[in-house]
Design a protein around this ligand. Structure first.
Ligand code: NAP
Length: 294
C-alpha cells in the first residue's frame, strides 16, 4: 500500500494560522513582533529566500525590516547594523541570510547577534542550550522536521531514527532534538555521513529515516524497512528539459520507489520546505512574547 503523504504545505498553513492569532493577541497588548532581515549582496537564491521570508511575515502580521546591502559591505559595517538591531526594541528577531560574501567571517557575524534575538538558532549560546535541554531558539529546518513528525502522529518515544547527514544546520541539530528527554524526543538516533561504512544496513533498521545529504537517490526503496516513516530534507536541482527553467527540484529520497514501502513520507517540494520559514515566524513570535513576561 502506498504511503500516506505528509503534507508540509498543509501543516505549515495550520501553524501559520495559529501564529497569526498569537500575533493578533500580541498586538492587542501593544507589541508588534518585528524581524530584521539582512541580505548582503545579490545572490539570486538568497534574494528569493529573503523575499519569501518577508512575505510570510507580512501574511501573519509580523513587521519585517528589509535590509539589502551591497556585496562590498565590510564586516565592521555589517556588525554595526546588527548592533543597531540588537538595541532596537521594535526588533525581536534578526536574520542574516547565509552564505555571506567571502570577505566576511560568518562565525563573527552569528556571534554578534544577541542570542535573545537569534531566531535562526545558530548562535552557539542557543545551540548549547538546545544540547543541554534548556529552552532555546531551535534551528528552523530541524524544528520543522520535528513538528511534521509530531503533527502527523508519528511515535518518537523509543523509535529507531536514522539521520543521514551531519551538518550544523540540519543533521546534528535534528539528531540532538530527537535524543532529548522530552515528548518531542526520546528516540534512539544513529547519524550517518559519507564515512559511514554501510548506509543501507543502518537505514534498514530505522522506524524513521531523515534524509539530509543533499544528493538525489541517497535513499532507495530496498534500503527502507516496510512501514518506516521517511522525511526528505534534501533539495536538489536536476536537469529537466520539459521545464521552462530547465530543471526541477528533487529530494534525497527516491520518492516513487520509497512511497510503496514507507507508511508516511514527505514530498519534495511541499514537505519540509514550507516548514522552515514557518519555524522562523514561530521563533520571532516567541521572542516577542518573551518581552511581555519581562
Ligand atoms: P551539507 O552541509 O552539504 O551536509 C550534507 C551531509 O550529508 C554531510 O554531513 C555529508 O557527510 C552527508 N552526506 C552526503 N552524501 C552522503 C551519502 N551519500 N551518504 C551519507 N551521507 C552523505 O548539507 P545541509 O546544509 O545539511 O543540507 C542537506 C540537504 O538539505 C540539502 O539538499 C539542502 O539543500 C537541504 N536543505 C533543505 C532545507 C529546507 O528548508 N527544505 C533547509 C536546509 C537544507 P560528510 O559530513 O561526511 O560530508
Amino acid at each position: 500500500m502506498a504511503a500516506q503523504i505528509i503534507d508540509g504545505k498543509q501543516i505549515a498553513a495550520q501553524m501559520r494560522e495559529e501564529l497569526k492569532q498569537k500575533v493578533a493577541a500580541l498586538k492587542a497588548k501593544g507589541v508588534t513582533p518585528g524581524l530584521a532581515v539582512v541580505l548582503v549582496g545579490d545572490d539570486p537564491a538568497s534574494k528569493s529566500y529573503v523575499t519569501a521570508k518577508e512575505k510570510a511575515c507580512e501574511e501573519i502580521g509580523i513587521y519585517s525590516s528589509d535590509n539589502r546591502i551591497p556585496a562590498t559591505t565590510t564586516q565592521n559595517e555589517l556588525l554595526a547594523i546588527i548592533d543597531t538591531f540588537n538595541k532596537d526594541p521594535k526588533i525581536h528577531g534578526i536574520l542574516v541570510q547565509l552564505p555571506l560574501p567571502k570577505h566576511i567571517n560568518e562565525d563573527a557575524v552569528l556571534l554578534a547577534i544577541d542570542p535573545k534575538k537569534d531566531v535562526d538558532g545558530f548562535h552557539p549560546v542557543n545551540v548549547g542550550r538546545m544540547v543541554v535541554g534548556q529552552e532555546a531558539y531551535l534551528p528552523c529546518t530541524p524544528h520543522g522536521v520535528i513538528q511534521l513528525l509530531m503533527r502527523s502522529g508519528v511515535k518518537l518515544d523509543g523509535a529507531e531514527v536514522v539521520v543521514v547527514g551531519r551538518s550544523n544546520i540540519v543533521g546534528k541539530p535534528v539528531a540532538n532534538m530527537l535524543i532529548q528527554k522530552a515528548p518531542t524526543g526520546n528516540a534512539t538516533v544513529t547519524i550517518c555521513h559519507t564515512r559511514t561504512k554501510n548506509l543501507a544496513e543502518h537505514v534498514r533498521r530505522a522506524d524513521i529515516v531523515i534524509a539530509a545529504a543533499g544528493r538525489p537517490n541517497t535513499i532507495t526503496a530496498e534500503m527502507v524497512k516496510p512501514g518506516a516513516v521517511v522525511i526528505d530534507v534534501g533539495v536538489n536541482r536536476i536537469d529537466d528539459a520539459s521545464k521552462k527553467s530547465g530543471f526541477r527540484l528533487v529530494g534525497d529520497v527516491d520518492f516513487e520507489g520509497v512511497k510503496e514501502k514507507a507508511s508516511q513520507i514527505t514530498p519534495v517540494p511541499g514537505g519540509v520546505g514550507p516548514m522552515t520559514i514557518t519555524m522562523l515566524l514561530f521563533n520571532t513570535v516567541q521572542s516577542a512574547e518573551k518581552t511581555l513576561s519581562k
